[in-house]
Every structure is written in C-alpha cells, then in structure tokens.
Design a protein around this ligand. Structure first.
Ligand code: ADP
Ligand code: ZN
Ligand code: ZN
Length: 709
C-alpha cells in the first residue's frame, strides 16, 4: 500500500509538497524528505489523494510520535496564511533551531522524576537534620527541583528517602498536585478572579493601575487552572522583566515546576523546551517565541504588559504578533486568554469597549498610593538637564533613605553629535541614522549596524571644531547626578551597561538591598519592576517620543510615561516629576489627573478621523534592494500590481531609515477595511510570475505593523 502526504518543508518559503510513503504516517510527525538533491526536515500535514504527477518517497521518520496536536497544526496553517510565511517556516517556530537541522533532530521524550522541597524554609531551619540531609536541603534551597537521577549521583538514596519519610521533600513526576499557599486578595481582586473563572472561554483584559495587584490576580487564576491538571503559559515582553516575575512565581508556587524560555538562555534553552513539551513544566514564563512551544494540555495563556512592542517579531521572518497568535491558540485549544496591562493598546481598549474582550478593572493600588505627578516646564532652560525641582525632591528622598529612579528614554535617539555652526549631524555611512556618542569609549556608534568611528575633532562639512552633543543620554545624566550628589550611589541601567541576565539580576539585587540610591535607566526598567523603596521617579525627557513620525507616537509616549510613573510609591508615599518642553500636552494632563480614559477616548477620535487602527487595518510592504535604482523600480512594480486592490495604497516612499545595512528601502502602506480580503489579494497578485522578481527576498510584508516609520 502506498500513501500520499502533504508535507511542509522546514526553512523553505514555499507551499507544502506531496510525497509518497510505504508506511502510514501520523499527522504532525517530522520526517526526512528529499528536496531537489538535498535532505530536509518536513512536517506531515495530512494524507492526500494520489496526485497526477510523479512523487518522491519520504526517506524516514524523525520522531516516533507527533509533538504537534491538531490544534497546533491548524494554528500554524492559519498563521502562515495571515503572516505571508510558509507553513514550514511557521512550524519551525514550534521547535528549537537545532531541531530544524537534519543531522541532530531526534527528540526523545521521557518522564523524569524530581525531588522538591515540601515544607517551609522556616520549618527546615528549626529542625535538626543529619549532615548529609542538610546537604540535600541546601542544594534544594539553591535549585529546586533537582532531577532525581542527578540527586542520586550526589547523595545516598537512603538520605533522600529519609527526608521524604520525614516530610521535608517529595519525589514528583509531572501532573502531581500539591496543596498550595493562599494569598488574601482584596475585594476588587476577588471579583476579577471570579468573573474570569466563570467565563473561561472568553477573552479577558485586566486593566489595572500599576501596582493594583494584577500579577496576584493571574496567579490566583493560574492556580485554579493548574488544579485541573492543565498547564499555564505566561508571556512577558522582555528578558529584563523575567527575573523578578520568575522569583515571584517560584515563591507563589513552590511545589510547581516553573519553566523559563527566551532566546538568551543558551544551553539550558533545550532543557526548558523539552520539559515544557514533555508536560513537566506547570507554568512556563517566556518571551514571544514561547507562544509556539507545543505544550500539551494548555489551560491558560496570560500576556503580561500586553501593550509591549516586543511581542511583535518584525526584524526577521515570519513577522508575527505573539499576542494574536496566543489569542487564536487559546480559541483552538479551548484555553483562557488573558491580557494584562496598566496601559493597554488603544486597539485592545477599543475591543474591550465593544465587548469583544471582557474588561476587568482594578482601580486602586494593593499597597501604597497612586503617586502625585507634576510636570516641570523646561522651556527656556537650556543646559539644565536635571531641573532644580527634581534636584530638590532627590535631596528629600536621599534624606529619607529611599531611592530615586530617573528615566532617560531611547538612549540612541538623544545622544547624537552635531556641529554647532552649520548643524551637521554625524550619520552612519551605512544607515540613515545618527551615530550615538559614547564618551567612555571615545567612539561614535551606529545602533542599527554596529559601525563605529573615533570621536571626530571637527565638522566634515564646514571644518568647525565647535561640536556639541544633542539631546540627553543615560551616561550624561549619570555624570550630572554624580556631580550634583557626590555622596549618592548612582547606577546606570541600559543595554550598554547591562547586557545579560546575570548582570541584571545582580543589579536588581543591589537595588532591593538598598545598595543603590539613584538609578538612571532606559525603557529597560520602566515596566514590571516592583520595588517598595522607590519614592521618586523623574522623567528626564520624552519630548522626542511624541515627535517620531508614526501614528502611534502619542500612544507610545503615553504608555512610556504612565509606566515610568507607576514605579514610584509602591511601598512609600511616592512622587513623579516629568520634565517637558511641551508641558500642556493632553497626554501629560491625562496622566497627572490619573484620567487614562480621556486619553483613550481622544486618541480613538483622532484615529477614526485619520483612518488608522482600530478603524482600519494596516499592511506595510517594504521593498529592499542593494541597488538603489532596482529598489525604486521594484517598488513601482509593486504599486502597479496592487493599486486596484481592496485597500488604499500610500507610497511608495523612502523608508525613514532609507539605507539600512547597505540595503535601500522603499515602503508602501496599505489601509484596509478588511484585512483578510487584502491578504488574499496580495497573495494572488504579488507572485514571482506576476512581479518578475522573487517576493520572498525582495519584499517584507508586515501585517498590522507596530510602527510604520
Ligand atoms: P501589578 O501587577 O498590578 O503592578 P502586583 O501584582 O505586582 O501589581 O502587586 C503590587 C504589589 O502589591 C506587590 O508587591 C504585591 O505582592 C502586592 N499585593 C498585591 N495584591 C495584594 C493583596 N491583596 N494584599 C497585599 N498585597 C498585595
Ligand atoms: Zn559644520
Ligand atoms: Zn549603521
């Protein structure tokens, strides 16, 4: 008997191919197939009728059984359609990069036993233990849980068994349930928990002010889901948010297996992935790529800080939005979909208003008070980086023995070098962006392509030596603060200074141990961090965020400032000072009054008038080519082929970074009434035959882009 299968090819940007097989193949299983004269990994999508053309045979099976259930396969098929990617490219996201490599693909799934602490630390500390027993406990206090087999290599079985008998440790496999610690939620939190649990198949948004206890609410919901033997996925925007949330999750669920997953993990990434797939992980905390992990039996996906732009993959194919993927995954797997934010996207707010997402509000802080916010008018104060108003407050905070956080958004944007005489700005020769000034290293650096040069002495255009630094960067603020307060311990937190998780964890520990008085940081520390001793938040400069030529500029500025303000006053009475050259901007008014709704309503009016999301959908097509003339020509061909489509076409125009890594870029922006009709139209019109060039390399098609500049 010969069977025929439709098979999606890994790392292959074209539709699935048909292969024959002597053996019946399970849907979702990975196989090795010939593609031209090479072997490739393929994903079996399903059996098909014998085709009228000659087919080649599947070489062999890679997996013993499928890791992908029907829901996962259907999700991949839908998303490949939405994001202009092949099914193979999407399914690749469900596996680790090493699994897409023909040589080392086999995944063996086994059940593993773990040993884990099953009593409180205080009880352990107050009891008498043998020396070997103590060693086991010490090890567990450091890394709980430990694989049973690993533990046996280090400790005698009798010691572990004795600890188990005494009730200090447990030996667990997956799916075991434990008694869990309870946390007393306030009335508002309890109501939200009840409402969400009573409608598990709906979409939910927890819209709560910073510090209102959103995290505790979804911990409670997670607990209920875990009790039904289902698994929980928590998506977080950035690695920088993971350490604190991870710690809190571990404390909240001491008996559960908590996994972490993000691309910065290195060697342990494989272990984390495997444990999630094997069903050992109860709660997986991960960045956007974790949404694709084929965890089975998923009962809940939480998207923390749902407004964050890092949920969108835009720098490489496929250009997906993890929030949308999570939403669809929940629908297919009948899991609860839960968004959480103090500053939801305007689009999300709109869906909540229309009732497509159920809105749950948390209006007061669980501990502490909403801080008082003041805007300082910086007009006419040239050279004043830290205003005297802010300095006065910082002095008070230092006297109280508390901490100040100063935020300096977007270091690259505000640290350019400029000629004071002719206005020339030092630009990257490869990209159309200003170079960033790094005083400590004595260089100018491009943050897009990495180009560096020594700090020049004179202007190449007019020869003047009167060069000035425009804008304000973290380094400059750090130096300024150290000058004003020589006695305070100042720490800078940005991507230059903190470039891996362990250095971040170290600095967070220092902050919580009060070894730092003033933190000067970028966006990296605006969100999620929860330190009770931050009394003052100073926002040094956000004016340029409003000036970015994009329809989301207001929304971004609003979210940024509101999130920053939210770091203050969690344990102590807090205060926020915003410095601005545009102090009467309605965005600041909404924030100082604590009236976020007025911001959303205004913004919705503006979006409606201009035809932007959520009223119209956008598709951004970027045409890229190393040759300037080719790029221009191709962009005109694209325009000609789609101008009669079911949308409005803006452009082609030069992208705001016209040359990036030596590639020229033109862009077309489509405003669509109906996103799927638009996608279908583009699919049938932007083909290789029709365009006479290969769209896979030449075009970047971003559906619902987060930014258009
Ligand atoms: P959010 O996620 O909304 O910013 P968190 O969940 O981080 O808020 O809560 C802020 C702080 O308040 C945390 O330190 C948390 O432990 C505490 N907290 C939350 N809910 C309660 C509660 N019901 N009782 C006491 N403290 C709470
Ligand atoms: Zn000059
Ligand atoms: Zn560059």
């Amino acid at each position: 008997m010969i069977y025929f299968y439709s098979i999606a090819i890994s790392k292959y940007p074209l539709p699935p191919l048909v292969y024959s097989s002597q053996e019946k193949l399970e849907r979702g299983i990975r196989v090795l197939v010939p593609v031209r004269n090479r072997k490739k990994i393929g994903y079996v999508l399903g059996e098909v009728e014998p085709p009228p053309f000659k087919t080649r045979d599947v070489i062999e099976k890679v997996d013993k059984s499928s890791l992908l259930n029907d829901e996962m396969l259907n999700l991949a098929i839908e998303m490949s359609n939405r994001y202009f990617a092949s099914i193979g490219e999407i399914l690749d996201l469900c596996f680790l990069p090493s699994h897409q490599d023909v040589k080392m693909t086999r995944i063996s799934i086994t059940k593993t036993r773990y040993i884990t602490l099953s009593t409180s630390i205080s009880k352990i500390l107050s009891s008498r233990l043998g020396k070997r027993e103590e060693e086991v406990i010490e090890q567990l206090l450091e890394t709980d849980p430990i694989e049973y087999s690993t533990a046996l290599k280090k400790f005698p079985r009798s010691t572990i068994k004795s600890l188990e008998r005494k009730g200090y440790v447990k030996i667990i496999e997956m799916d075991s349930t434990f008694s869990l610690k309870k946390f007393n939620l306030n009335a508002e939190q309890k109501k939200v928990v009840q409402e969400i649990l009573s409608e598990p198949f709906k979409h939910h948004l927890i819209y709560g002010v910073t510090g209102s206890g959103k995290t505790e609410v979804y911990f409670e919901i997670a607990e209920r889901v875990l009790e039904t033997s289902k698994k929980v996925l928590i998506l977080v925007p950035e690695i920088s948010l993971t350490p604190q949330l991870l710690l809190r999750t571990r404390q909240r669920f001491p008996d559960r297996k908590i996994g972490v997953y993000h691309s910065g993990l290195g060697a342990s990434r494989k272990k984390e992935w495997l444990e999630a797939v094997e069903g050992k992980t109860d709660i997986l905390i991960g960045t956007r790529s974790a949404v694709w992990i084929p965890m089975k039996n998923l009962g809940l996906i939480i998207v923390d800080e749902e407004q964050d732009e890092s949920y969108k993959q835009y720098a490489m194919r496929p250009f997906y939005n993890a929030v949308d993927v999570a939403k669809r995954r929940c629908e297919l797997e009948k899991a609860t979909f839960l968004l959480s934010s103090a500053t939801p996207r305007v689009e999300t707010y709109y869906l909540a208003k229309k009732g497509e997402i159920t809105l749950h509000k948390l209006t007061s802080r669980a501990v502490g008070k909403i801080p008082k916010v003041n805007v300082v008018d910086m007009r006419g104060r040239r050279g004043e980086i830290v205003s005297h108003e802010l300095v006065t407050q910082m002095e008070k905070v230092a006297k109280n023995g508390n901490q100040s956080f100063l935020f300096v958004p977007r270091k690259g944007f505000s640290t350019r070098l400029q000629c004071a005489d002719c206005g020339y700005i030092f630009m990257c020769p490869n990209c159309d962006v200003a170079l960033t000034y790094h005083r400590n290293k004595g260089i100018l650096k491009c943050h897009y392509c990495g180009y560096t040069e020594k700090i020049p002495q004179s202007c190449p255009k007019c020869g003047s030596t009167n060069l000035i630094r425009g804008g304000i960067g973290t380094e400059r603020v750090e130096n300024e603060v150290s000058k004003i307060f020589p006695g305070l311990r100042v720490k800078r937190i940005d991507r230059e200074e903190i470039n891996d998780i362990s250095s971040l964890e170290k600095v967070l520990k220092e902050i919580s141990k009060m070894k730092i008085d003033v933190v000067v940081g970028t966006k990296m520390i605006t969100k999620g961090l929860d330190f009770p001793t931050v009394e003052l938040v100073g926002v040094i400069d956000t004016d340029h965020v409003f000036a970015i030529p994009d329809f989301r500029a207001n929304e971004r500025a609003f979210q940024l400032v509101a999130q920053m303000a939210g770091r203050a006053g969690r344990g102590v009475k807090g205060r926020v000072i915003i410095q601005s050259m545009d102090p009467y901007n309605p965005v600041f008014q909404a924030i100082t009054k604590g009236d976020f709704e007025s911001f959303y309503e205004e913004e919705l009016k503006r979006r409606k008038a201009l035809g932007y999301p959520p009223f119209k959908s956008l598709i951004l097509i970027t045409v890229q080519n190393k040759n300037f003339k080719e790029a221009k020509k191709c962009s005109e061909v694209v325009k000609a082929k789609i101008k009669d489509g079911p949308f409005q076409v803006l452009g082609p125009v030069e992208s705001s970074i016209f040359r990036l890594k030596s590639v020229y870029r033109y862009q077309l922006l489509l405003k669509c009434e109906q996103i799927q009709t638009a996608i279908d139209f583009l699919k049938s019109h932007l083909t290789k035959e029709n365009l006479e060039f290969d769209p896979v390399d030449a075009l970047k098609i971003d559906v619902q882009p987060y930014s258009t500049f």
